[in-house]
Design a protein around this ligand. Structure first.
Ligand code: DOR
Ligand code: ZN
Length: 356
């Protein structure tokens, strides 16, 4: 036995699904994301949403201004690269997709079914009616990122992902077989197996919370609002299947935290909103999940290679080191004007930390 702490050096990861929010929130979210990730795919569900390349360009500038002001090492600042996403609406045009392509900063287009989640009221009401836009995305090689849940009120919240696969996603794939699609934050065995059954142009991101937790963590012994996200945590057997595919070495599955900040008082309310904040400790969380099934050796591909490969981007050249040494997750971070932001597993101890 040796007392030397176990270390795990990874190619610097990218986060292929993150919510940074906007304006004052960026002072908190950007430094957190930047300390772990090089490229981050910035979700466009702002109020109002990021619908055009012009809006995406301005949003990116606000993120970079926050980065500039942040008190973090200059090397991290130099490597941080926010990649932008357009929010698909009933009014998005094929021309907008062509503009996105030439911009060089828009990486993808996001499909939120109207009403599916936070700030999705401008989402698409007639998904299969967006054929012209999907055609243009397929032609320009712009990936479609999918929040895969139907939103009909009569569909049980635990069945919404599977119904989306059966009724919507399979039709999109049939009609646009070359369209690159990322099934975002998958939560079920059905979604994992659906993804596996598709060609290489269909991949999926998996969050730390869906690998580490199931609905018992959220609901047994009292309702725990900081585990509430969308798609909602499912049964333990779905969690187990997600862990299997994430650690399988299959390049279809890669890291996307879906880190989604909401002020603590808004989460801890009679009608709390959906989202887990994981950006500051996402890598220790993923390491914990991978270690739980003896698959730490699979983490680097999942976190640092497969997403870049899917997006056709180079693999990063810098590295980050995780150490098997306790990390206390803070109770909260300062957020907005005097408010607090409660991270996932606040106040608890993780067995891994990021080497400073
Ligand atoms: O839990 C979630 N929070 N899921 C989403 O799809 C959106 C996100 C947010 O923006 O808060
Ligand atoms: Zn999200």
């Amino acid at each position: 036995m040796t007392n030397t702490p176990q270390t795990l050096t990874l190619i610097q990861p990218d986060d292929w699904h993150i919510h940074l929010r906007d304006n004052d929130a960026l002072a908190t979210t950007v430094p957190h994301a930047c300390m772990s990730f090089n490229r981050v795919i910035c979700m466009p569900n702002l109020v109002p949403p990021v619908k055009t390349t012009e809006q995406a360009t301005l949003y990116r500038e606000r993120i970079l201004t926050a980065l500039d002001k942040a008190d973090i090492p200059s090397q991290r600042k130099a490597e941080f690269d926010p990649r932008m996403v357009l929010y698909l609406t009933d009014h998005t045009t094929a021309d907008e997709i062509a503009r996105a392509k030439v911009s060089g900063i828009v990486q993808a287009v996001k499909l939120y079914p109207a009403g599916a989640t936070t700030n999705s009221s401008d989402g698409v009401t007639d998904i299969l009616g967006r054929a012209g836009v999907f055609e243009s995305m397929q032609k320009h090689g712009i990936p479609l990122l999918v929040h895969g849940e139907v939103t009909h009120h009569d569909v049980d919240i635990f069945d919404r992902e599977k119904r989306f696969l059966d009724e919507i996603l399979s039709v999109i794939i049939k009609n646009f077989p070359e369209l690159r699609i990322v099934m975002e934050h998958i939560t079920t065995r059905d979604a994992a197996d659906f993804c596996l059954a598709q060609a290489d142009n269909v991949g999926a991101t998996i969050t730390p919370q869906h690998l580490l937790f199931n609905r018992n963590h959220m609901l047994v012994g009292g309702v725990k609002p900081h585990f509430y996200c969308l798609p909602i945590l499912k049964r333990a057997d779905h969690q187990k299947r997600l862990l299997e595919v994430a650690t399988s070495g299959n390049p279809k599955f890669f890291l996307g935290t879906d880190s989604a900040p909401h002020a603590t008082h808004i989460k801890e309310s009679a009608c709390g909103c959906a989202g887990c904040y994981s950006a500051p400790h996402a890598l220790p969380l993923y390491a914990t999940a991978f270690e739980s099934v003896g698959a730490l050796d699979k983490l680097e591909n999942f976190a640092s290679r497969f997403g870049a490969k899917f997006y056709g981007l180079p693999i990063n050249t810098s590295t980050i080191t995780l150490v098997k040494s306790d990390m206390s997750v803070p109770e909260g971070y300062p957020y907005l004007d005097g408010k607090s932001l409660t991270p996932l597993l606040s106040g608890q101890t993780l067995a891994w930390s990021v080497q400073s």
